[in-house]
Design a protein around this ligand. Structure first.
Ligand SMILES: NC(=O)c1ccc[n+]([C@@H]2O[C@H](COP(=O)([O-])OP(=O)(O)OC[C@H]3O[C@@H](n4cnc5c(N)ncnc54)[C@H](O)[C@@H]3O)[C@@H](O)[C@H]2O)c1
Length: 344
């Protein structure tokens, strides 16, 4: 079996998770790593050199030009996703790019165009599609366990105070918290309920007052089949990071998140001893892994080895950005916005 030689760009904690995923994956080799921060690069190389890493470089273009490399994993600040992805695709490498795919639809379209031009594979790291609790919830919905969906809601409740500092690329005005973080909740609902057609959103700016963008957004969506949806995003709330998600169907309700070792299923069903069945939910155990990067790397490498389409496609990533940017537009105009999707 061929071994997929992989490079990972970005040596942060997230970058290291991706590197570990590659090292553990049969059929993959962590061939090279890259970071402009020499200290971070050297520290990561020291830690991983016994795993056989061949190269540690500060300029990713050296890896773009290296014919040995089959695949690139991009874990750099969002502002670099577009350029790096296009460069690796043009060099014939298969790319896994962290979410958000890019900061606006124009950049996403450039990435889609490069993919079309080159025929190379591009996957976007929308990791909620690898989160055990969300996978279990989607399966129940797809099996019809809660009947027909009528309302879906999710959230990205986080606090970015710690993200300040010398490398704080998250504070740039183009990187609204709704695009950078809210894309998780939007992508999750799109995965479960389809592509919304319209959004109406409100926002405010009370927590991270020295940041350039609003830190709280509440958005209402029209999903297909007359399903309504809501996403709440806060990047300044006083609460441990979570993505509480509730899926309401005509025959039941599911409550799930990325930080609880079970999901709750409320079923309509027959009464039990005079009590409504849904007054007592069933708790279905799930393993806890809110950043299941190992699974993300597994499906990426498997698709390359089997010559299959990328499991979380570039169009999925771009459609999520289409929803996010329309949401931010609605907060600014105070009007509902029709969501326009890109093409591949
Ligand atoms: N999937 C998730 O849940 C999740 C969680 C956190 C971050 N992310 C995403 O991962 C990416 C990285 O985020 P982070 O939190 O690791 O950021 P970070 O700032 O902690 O790390 C980014 C690293 O990239 C390096 N870097 C910057 N510019 C570079 C360049 N031109 N070439 C090579 N290296 C460069 C920096 O030196 C730094 O080490 C972002 O796109 C972010 O949105 C995803």
């Amino acid at each position: 079996m061929k071994t997929v030689k992989v490079c990972v760009i970005g040596c942060s904690g997230m970058g290291n998770l991706h590197m570990q995923g590659v090292i553990k994956k049969d059929g993959a080799e962590l061939y090279a790593i890259c970071d402009t921060d020499k200290e971070a690069l050297d520290a990561t190389y020291e830690k991983l050199k016994s795993s056989g890493v061949k190269k540690a470089v500060t300029d990713y273009k050296e890896l773009v030009a290296d014919p040995e490399i089959d695949a690139a994993v991009i874990v750099t600040p969002d502002q670099f996703h577009r350029q790096m992805t296009v460069d690796f695709l043009e060099a014939g490498k298969t790319v896994l790019c962290e979410k958000p795919m890019a900061l606006n639809l124009e950049e996403c379209q450039m990435m889609l165009d490069a993919q079309k031009r080159t025929g190379s594979g591009l996957m976007i790291g929308q990791v909620c599609r690898c989160t055990p609790g969300f996978i279990a919830a989607k399966k129940l919905v797809d099996e019809g366990k809660i009947g027909e969906l009528f309302f879906v809601e999710s959230e990205y409740a986080h606090n970015y105070e710690k993200a300040k500092g010398k490398n704080n690329w998250r504070m740039t005005p183009e990187r609204s918290g709704f695009i950078g973080g809210g894309c998780h909740a939007v992508d999750l609902l799109r995965w479960i309920a389809g592509d919304p057609t319209e959004v109406f959103a409100y926002s405010n700016h009370k927590c991270l007052t020295d940041w350039p963008t609003d830190d709280c957004v509440i958005a209402i969506y029209k999903f297909p089949n007359d399903v309504k949806g809501k996403v709440f995003t806060s990047t300044g709330c006083c609460r441990a990071y979570t993505m509480r998600t509730v899926l309401y169907g005509t025959a039941g309700t599911i409550i799930c998140d990325n930080t609880t070792p079970y999901i709750q299923l409320f079923e309509k069903g027959e009464e039990i001893q005079g009590h409504r069945r849904y007054s007592c939910p069933i708790q279905i155990p799930v393993s806890l892994n809110s950043h299941n990067i190992g699974a993300e790397i597994d499906i990426f490498i498997d698709a390359i080895l089997k010559g299959e389409k990328m499991p979380i496609s570039s169009l999925e990533g771009a459609n999520t950005i289409a929803v996010c940017t329309a949401t931010v537009e609605s907060t600014k105009t105070g009007k509902p916005v029709e969501i326009k999707y890109p093409t591949l």
